[in-house]
Each structure stands twice: as structure tokens, then as C-alpha cells.
Design a protein around this ligand. Structure first.
Ligand code: NAD
Length: 258
């Protein structure tokens, strides 16, 4: 029996990295996947990968920070499938720099995508889940919500906010049989991290090597490592997990490496 059989799953930012990996995995496990990303071509590539593997998916581009676009996205899914079982709030952007170096516009952009981009899809999907009295929402936080990391002030603030939001959402929506949990990945090798390395360090190769030393696992994570954790939270196997942070970090948070 497929682990997500008959479920309709909406994944934001699913045209790349972790979201794309989760979309392909969810479809392989029987879900019909709604692939969202900012632009059509990125999402369409994920849909093509799913179709090639014999799965079901559609692409609905939308900016997750824009209420009109998100409302239209959710309405389109509701009218096509009649329900939404899983919302994976995955879309996010990086933010680098020490606090005094960050331009106000750059600060606002990271807050907008990483926090408002969780608020907005949740706001429109929750009434659908409340009506059906079931659902699983997975919010993308990061292990940076729990540890200090250099030059990541704006980004860490957003991921801490997402973790706190997850817990409050869980309390409010538990009476509707809706579960809300958070993923806390460590460093996962995706285009997002490659961009961060290129933008933040003079020697990205050396930075990559040094990133590996701050965890126990010896190598960075891969998108599929996080996708597997998302699959568990999306499925009924995690029915007793409510408001929980799930770490997929190669031992960054709980490991002692010095
Ligand atoms: P990625 O850049 O590969 O993918 C993110 C996707 O989100 C992109 O396709 C992008 O177009 C999309 N997106 C950005 N803004 C959007 C918007 N306004 N509306 C819709 N889509 C939008 O990144 P990734 O590494 O796969 O990261 C995915 C999530 O995981 C992010 O929230 C990130 O903060 C989080 N995360 C990543 C890591 C890591 O090491 N890669 C670690 C912890 C948490």
C-alpha cells in the first residue's frame, strides 16, 4: 500500500531542491501532487519528472507571499480535487550578513518570503482542511532556529518564527484533526546552499569543506533526506506527532564535534 494513497498534497517551492525531491517522492507514494513555484517552467520540470515515473501532478505557479495568487491557487486545487490533505510550506529564500550589514529591503524580503510565505498558503488551505476535518501541514524551519550560526541573522529570525508559528498553529487547529509539524534540516546540498556558498565566501570549496566539519555525519545532507522526513509527516504514520520539530541535520544540533 502506497504511504500517501488517495492524498492531495500541495508543495510550495517545489520546482527545485527539497521541494522538488519531496514532490517526486510523494507522487511515488501515491499522492496527487500540486507543484507550486514562482514560475511555470520550474514547476513544470517537476511535473515532467513525476509524469515520467508514472505519477500524478499538476503545476500551479504562484508567489506564496501574494494573497490573491495564493487564494487563486488554493481555489484551483479545491475545485479540481475537492480536498487538500497535505500542505508542505517549503518555499524559502536565503538571507546572509551580520545584522548591521543588512539593508532594510533585504531584511524585509527574507521576512516576507520565509514567514508571510508560510502564513499565506496556510491561511487559505486551513478552511479547506477544517471543513474536511483532517490534514497535515508541514512547515519548513531549519536547525538554525535552535543554534547560533555566523552571518545568518535575518534567515535565522525567520526560521525561529516559523518554528514558533508551527506550535501556535497546532494548538489552534488540533480540534479540527489537523496536524502541524516543522522540519529542521541542517545543511542540505541544493541550489539554495550552492548560491549561499558562492555569495558568502571567497573560496566556496573551502567553505563547503568547513560546513562538513560542524556536523557529525561527515557529509552534507541531500534533498531526499529531508523529503523522506516530509513524507513521514505527510503520512498517517506520524498521526501522534503534533507541533513537533523534526531534525534532519546530520547531528548539528545535538552532536558534540569538538
Ligand atoms: P531552493 O532554492 O533549491 O528551492 C526553493 C524554491 O522556492 C525555489 O524553486 C524558489 O523558486 C521557490 N520560491 C522562492 N520564493 C518563492 C515564492 N515567493 N513563491 C513561490 N516559490 C518560491 O531551496 P532549498 O534548499 O530546496 O530550500 C527549500 C526550503 O528549505 C527553504 O525554505 C529553505 O529555507 C529550507 N532549508 C534549506 C536548507 C538547506 O540547507 N538547503 C536547510 C534548512 C532549511
Amino acid at each position: 500500500m502506497a504511504r500517501l494513497a488517495n492524498k492531495i498534497a500541495l508543495i510550495t517551492g517545489a520546482g527545485s531542491g527539497i521541494g522538488q525531491s519531496a514532490a517526486v517522492l510523494f507522487a511515488r507514494e501515491g499522492a496527487t501532487v500540486v507543484v507550486n513555484d514562482l514560475t511555470g517552467p520550474k514547476g513544470e520540470e517537476t511535473v515532467r519528472m513525476i509524469a515520467e515515473a508514472g505519477g500524478e501532478a499538476i503545476c500551479v505557479p504562484a508567489d506564496v507571499t501574494d494573497p490573491e495568487q495564493v487564494e487563486a491557487l488554493v481555489a484551483a486545487v479545491k475545485s479540481k480535487y475537492g480536498r487538500i490533505d497535505v500542505l508542505f510550506n517549503n518555499a524559502g529564500i536565503s538571507g546572509v550578513g551580520m545584522l548591521h550589514e543588512i539593508e532594510p529591503e533585504a531584511w524585509d524580503r527574507v521576512m516576507r518570503v520565509n514567514i508571510r510565505g508560510v502564513f499565506m498558503p496556510s491561511k487559505y488551505v486551513l478552511p479547506v482542511m477544517m471543513e474536511q476535518r483532517s490534514g497535515s501541514i508541514i512547515n519548513m524551519s531549519s536547525c538554525i532556529a535552535e543554534i547560533g550560526l555566523a552571518k545568518r541573522a535575518s534567515y535565522s529570525a525567520t526560521k525561529g518564527a516559523v518554528l514558533a508559528l508551527t506550535k501556535s498553529m497546532q494548538v489552534d487547529y488540533a480540534p479540527y484533526n489537523i496536524r502541524v509539524n516543522a522540519l529542521l534540516p541542517g545543511t542540505i546540498l541544493t541550489p539554495f546552499v550552492e548560491k549561499y556558498l558562492a555569495e558568502s565566501y571567497d573560496d566556496p570549496e573551502a567553505a563547503y569543506a568547513s560546513l562538513k566539519t560542524r556536523q557529525l555525519s561527515g557529509d552534507l545532507g541531500r534533498p531526499s533526506d529531508v523529503a523522506q522526513a516530509a513524507l513521514f509527516l505527510a503520512s498517517d504514520e506520524s498521526k501522534f506527532m503534533m507541533g513537533s520539530p523534526l531534525y534532519i541535520d546530520g547531528g548539528v544540533v545535538f552532536g558534540k564535534y569538538a
